[in-house]
Design a protein around this ligand. Structure first.
Ligand code: NAD
Length: 272
């Protein structure tokens, strides 16, 4: 496993396990499987309805809590409801702290919502805080007016929307770029892109592995999701090879510069 460092010094696995649209009834077994294979970072959210099952897998695992990195996301707006929501998430998951809590999507008053994350961070309930689906203007507002700079922005990022402008902006501000839908949510034909198929064959890897390596080599954290045991194992096995500059440039050229799902609209390239 490779690790990145957040701007508050916290170490974060470069690759984690996503749980969006994973039914609660199968989440604990899948997260337990992922942890036993070597995943050390799990991504859940209040909105996913599976925080309790993620927490159960963490608490029933042989891996010490301090070697795991658990992320959740708020779905509330404003100070009080967000503070309450964080406590409810901790209680649901049966955890003393989250390693990262991010605002799931922009709210009416981002500063008040974010202030709740700051206060929970100061109390030790969160080891790191950040945002998701925030464009550069919204992140800049937090940099200018919040007390604590966000540590992460989790945004849709894959081969067809590489988010180069956001990446440069986040990099310049020492905020980690985290990709959601690194494999294009499995909806797009990206896994069959002929150029990537060729690169994968040259490295004796799958196209999914090449894409995950492409992103992590550029200092982008990834959290691919799967419930297929073969894919769960495959997605983790990406740190024993390196793409050449030429291969990276070939994949860079596949960027289409727009979202695959067009959500939220405030993230559009033109709204950067
Ligand atoms: P993803 O890009 O991880 O794709 C998941 C799909 O790809 C799976 O359903 C599976 O069908 C397929 N897949 C996975 N591994 C494969 C492999 N090795 N070979 C072939 N097919 C494979 O999409 P995602 O789940 O939407 O995104 C990853 C995670 O990001 C989510 O689970 C969630 O935790 C997070 N997320 C966050 C937001 C947000 O708004 N912050 C939005 C969407 C997702």
């Amino acid at each position: 496993m490779d690790y990145f460092k957040l701007n508050n010094g916290v170490k974060v696995p470069a690759l984690g396990f996503g749980t969006y649209q994973m039914p609660a009834s199968i989440t604990e077994e899948n997260v337990a499987k992922a942890i036993s294979l070597g995943y050390r970072s799990i991504d859940t959210a209040q909105n996913y309805g599976n925080e309790a099952e993620v927490g159960a897998a963490v608490n029933n695992s042989d891996v010490p809590r301090d070697q795991l990195f658990i992320t959740s996301k708020t779905q509330t707006s404003g100070y009080r409801s967000t503070l309450r929501g964080i406590d409810e998430s901790l209680q649901r998951a049966g955890l003393d702290y989250f390693d990262l809590m991010i605002i799931h999507w922009p709210t009416i008053d981002n500063l008040s919502t974010y202030r709740a994350l700051e206060d929970a961070y100061k109390e030790g309930k969160l080891r790191a805080i950040g945002v998701s689906n925030f464009n550069s203007k919204k992140v800049q507002k937090l940099i200018d007016h919040a007390e604590i700079k966000p540590m992460v922005d989790q945004i849709e990022t894959h081969v067809y929307w590489q988010q180069n402008k956001m990446h440069d902006f986040l990099d310049k501000n020492d905020i980690l770029h985290e990709s959601w839908a690194p494999l294009g949510e499995g909806m797009s034909p990206v896994l069959g892109e002929p150029e990537i198929v060729k690169i994968a064959a040259d490295h004796q890897k799958s196209t999914a592995q090449v894409i995950l390596r492409f992103l992590t080599q550029q200092h982008i954290m990834v959290i691919p999701k799967s419930t297929n045991p073969k894919h769960i194992a495959e997605n983790l096995d990406v740190f024993d090879f390196e793409l050449t500059n030429n291969e990276i440039n070939i994949i860079k050229n596949l960027d289409q510069g727009h979202s695959g799902v067009n959500w939220p609209s405030s993230m559009g390239q033109e709204a950067y």
